[in-house]
Design a protein around this ligand. Structure first.
Ligand SMILES: *[C@@H]1O[C@H](CO)[C@@H](O)[C@H](O)[C@H]1NC(C)=O
Ligand SMILES: *[C@@H]1O[C@H](CO)[C@@H](O)[C@H](O)[C@H]1NC(C)=O
Ligand SMILES: *[C@@H]1O[C@H](CO)[C@@H](O)[C@H](O)[C@H]1NC(C)=O
Length: 362
């Protein structure tokens, strides 16, 4: 009986220690998040079509998790890889390790009108990469270090608009921002003539992809865990006004890019409905996951799915392609339309996917 008592006390002490660890030393102060019902299933908007299984693989084995894709005026394709390189695909089909940055946190990139590559480094800020080397354009805003720069777009006046996913959590703890479900994201503007960075929008829910409309009248910024993208007006008369561009998306929007026909392509990171409901249903489950992050991939399931959608300039969803089991590509984070093809970046692949927009897919 005594040994039983000792054993029970031992179990109680262990459980107490775990609860203490989970609740009192948890890195987050979470809120409950309501998931829009349409955002629980792809099939409410589309019939799953598995088109993303038809991609061909560019640079397979050569590209370590290429999160984003950009193309310059000559048709040279650029990407930033997890092992710290800017790599490019020349027109003759050869890959080149162009510039070494030496950072493991490179995300969205764009090619500027001047032909420089502008890339977001989630640790350093906004970088400019040219034949001459790498320089930091923006590392601080309002005296604070820029944390988790995510995606960037250049306007015709040379301004660079870029997102900060979270001012509280870094790239390698991104899931904590999702769990906490408090809006720590920003949209920033870098003015190259003043060499100054300012905050355009704050309190964004994991600000991710940024795009400019074809007429440059507005910017779009996607809020990943709110399943929506906002429109921010640049047009003189209504400059600064913000409205919803598209909401209740079927999954979490990642990067967004302008298409040649003035519509937009959005890569959506699809978490499982079961996982999302579990994550957002209780404060306790959030603390548990924050303490044992290895559980997060199992719960969210982003590594086993892929999805992209095409959204018209008026915010109506036109079409979508997916791979419900992520057989060929999973965790697709960006989609670029160029000369009749889609180019797909991913945080879980060692290649860029290329999909022809043929009559069977349009
Ligand atoms: C999105 O869903 C919310 C409720 O979940 C609803 O209030 C809103 O009107 C919906 N938006 C659109 C464009 O249907
Ligand atoms: C392909 O193009 C690149 C850039 O123009 C050049 O450096 C390279 O030598 C070319 N390779 C071949 C095999 O033509
Ligand atoms: C831009 O400003 C930063 C500090 O905010 C400074 O470190 C950098 O040297 C400046 N760049 C140029 C080109 O003046």
């Amino acid at each position: 009986m005594d040994s039983m008592l000792v054993f029970s006390s031992f179990v109680v002490v262990i459980l107490l220690a775990i609860s203490l660890q989970v609740f009192f030393f948890s890195p987050i102060f979470p809120d409950i998040l309501e998931i829009p019902s349409s955002s629980k299933s792809f099939t409410t908007t589309f019939t799953s079509n598995s088109y993303l299984r038809r991609v061909s693989k560019l640079g397979e084995g050569y590209l370590d998790r290429p999160e984003d894709v950009a193309v310059d005026k000559m048709g040279v394709l650029y990407t930033a890889t997890r092992d710290g390189w800017i790599k490019r695909l020349n027109k003759n089909g050869t890959w080149e390790s162009w510039k070494y940055i030496g950072s493991n946190s490179l995300l969205g990139l764009t090619v500027s009108a001047a032909g420089h590559v502008i890339v977001c480094d989630a640790d350093e800020g906004l970088l400019k990469v040219s034949e001459d080397g790498v320089s930091v354009l923006a590392s601080h805003v309002n005296g604070e270090k820029i944390r988790f720069a995510d995606d960037v777009v250049e306007a015709s006046d040379g301004s660079l608009y870029f997102s900060v996913a979270s001012t509280k959590f870094g790239l390698h703890e991104w899931y904590l921002d999702v769990l906490e479900a408090k809006p720590h994201g920003q949209l920033l503007k870098y003015n190259p003539s003043l060499n100054q960075t300012s905050v355009i929008l704050h309190n964004l829910a994991f600000a991710n992809g940024v795009a400019l409309s074809a007429d440059q009248d507005y910017l779009i910024v996607c809020e990943t865990w709110k399943f929506r993208c906002l429109k921010y007006w640049l047009k003189e008369e209504i400059k600064g006004q913000t409205e919803i561009f598209v909401d209740n998306l079927t999954a979490s929007p990642d990067n967004i890019k302008l298409a040649p026909d003035s519509s937009f392509w959005i890569a959506q990171v699809e978490f499982t409905a079961r996982g999302l409901n579990f994550v957002h249903s209780s404060i306790a489950s959030k603390h548990l996951l924050a303490t044992f992050p290895k559980l997060i991939n199992w719960v969210l399931g982003a590594y086993h799915k892929a999805m992209v959608v095409n959204v018209a300039a008026d915010g109506k969803i036109i079409k979508g392609f997916d791979d419900p089991t992520g057989k060929v590509m999973s965790f697709v984070t960006s989609v670029l339309e160029y000369e009749g093809h889609l180019y797909l970046g991913s945080l879980n692949c060692d290649f860029i996917g290329k999909l022809p927009l043929t009559t069977s897919t349009v």
